[in-house]
Design a protein around this ligand. Structure first.
Ligand code: LMR
Length: 400
């Protein structure tokens, strides 16, 4: 009965790892998926995560019962505090409902499903370009996806004019997806001043902001600074959706731990919204898993563990910044044609190199370097040892 099923293509990002795994070359390098690697090229489990896990294991009172549909209460409270700030009036006024979800993807999907069911506007505007999964998540949730201009390939910076024009002509009430910081894939974020212009436009047109916060702490190394865009929107008293992921900033990729927060106009609305979120979640996966959320809660509620986390997070962010500098220097030393200053200007996990698909394919075939076909490279997958190899490959790709 399934004889007519056609083979689906691999995922544009996760499929890069599939191809990489099949390559027997000893010099192969995976710069596709955004996952942190150490200087030795190894995945990293943070020390603070190991400590928190130990605490959990030693606590004999811990059980494995189902969590409530909305997840672990402590985790939800602490997650809202992390993104909105400890002294957030929205939290104090009980305007925020937070539900634990399956990392960033799950949080976006639950938010999308809720909007498709309960919001009068079904159109969501996402930046062009954006993380490849956004279109699929929101389309399958039942929303109509449109794009707004974001990146200018000529300046390799933000196309603020295009962004304001496109959102300015969006229908009133439309949903707008915004990357809270470290825009994926471009590494280009608005300045605070530009955020303010975007906020004013969004509020004046009654658009609904939906933040994807997958890199808090990874852009600048500071958790508060990387939350400034979100806090600016929540500070004005308007509604806002926020999807948080702990995949990158706590290295909890495979634990699938994240949260969806919805900031409402008053506490009564917030509690009714929560009751409806439960109806979205229950038939989807009943309730979220307990382990990852317990790790996060243990770290966020303990002063010492929290402090230790901020140091480890900063160390990861700093290593990425060092890799940017090293790659830029290596290309300069080779006299590689073109302006490569965007490598050091862009922030977060990725560099949007400007290399085209043909050049990417060349680098994969000749140098066994794996990256997404849009020319995005994960700086977190690079190390001092592998920078020369990547620089050689880029140099060859642009000169042959
Ligand atoms: C990425 O963009 O590489 C990450 O967000 C991982 C993913 O799920 O795509």
């Amino acid at each position: 009965v399934f004889a007519n099923v056609v083979r689906a293509p691999e995922d544009p990002i996760l499929g890069v790892t599939v191809a990489y795994n099949k390559d027997p070359s000893p010099v192969k390098l995976n710069l596709g998926v955004g996952a942190y690697r150490t200087e030795e090229g190894k995945p990293l489990v943070l020390n603070v995560v190991r400590k928190a896990e130990q605490l959990l294991v030693n606590d004999r009172s811990r059980i494995k019962e189902y969590l409530p549909i909305v997840g672990l209460a402590d985790f939800n409270k602490l997650s809202a505090k992390l993104i909105l700030g400890a002294d957030s009036p929205a939290i104090r006024g009980n305007l925020v409902t937070t539900v634990q979800c399956l990392s960033g993807t799950g949080s976006l999907r639950v938010g999308g499903e809720f909007l498709a069911k309960h919001y009068h506007q079904r159109t969501i505007y996402i930046p062009n370009p954006t993380w490849g999964n956004h279109t699929k998540i929101f389309t399958l949730a039942g929303l109509t996806v449109k794009t707004y201009r974001y990146y200018d390939p000529v300046t390799r910076g933000l196309n603020l004019q295009g962004l304001l024009e496109d959102l300015g002509s969006a229908p009133s009430g439309a949903i707008v997806l915004l990357h809270a910081c470290a825009h994926n894939p471009t590494g280009v974020d608005p300045t605070l001043n530009q955020w303010e212009q975007i906020r004013q436009l969004i509020r004046s047109k009654n658009l609904l902001p939906f933040f994807d916060s997958a890199y808090q702490g990874f852009a600048s190394g500071s958790l508060d600074k990387d939350a400034e865009s979100v806090r600016m929107f929540v500070g004005d008293g308007g509604e806002c959706f926020i999807a948080q992921s702990y995949a990158k900033n706590m290295g909890l990729y495979g634990e699938r731990v994240g949260a969806l927060s919805i900031v409402c106009r008053n506490a009564d609305v917030a509690s009714r919204v929560e009751s409806q979120l439960k109806l979205v979640i229950r038939p989807m996966y009943s309730s979220p898993p307990i382990h990852g959320a317990s790790i996060v809660a243990a770290i966020l509620k303990d002063r010492n563990l929290y402090h230790e986390w901020t140091l480890e997070l900063k160390a990861m962010a700093d290593r990425i910044i060092t890799m940017r500098k090293k790659l830029f220097d290596a290309l300069s030393a080779r006299g590689t044609p073109g302006d490569w200053s965007h490598i050091v200007k862009q922030i977060g996990m990725f560099t949007f190199t400007g290399l085209n698909t043909k050049q990417v394919n060349f680098m994969t075939q000749q140098y066994h370097i794996y990256m997404t076909s849009d020319g995005r490279i994960s700086m977190a997958g690079l190390s001092s040892r592998t920078v020369p190899h990547l620089a050689d490959a880029i140099h060859a790709a642009v000169t042959t």
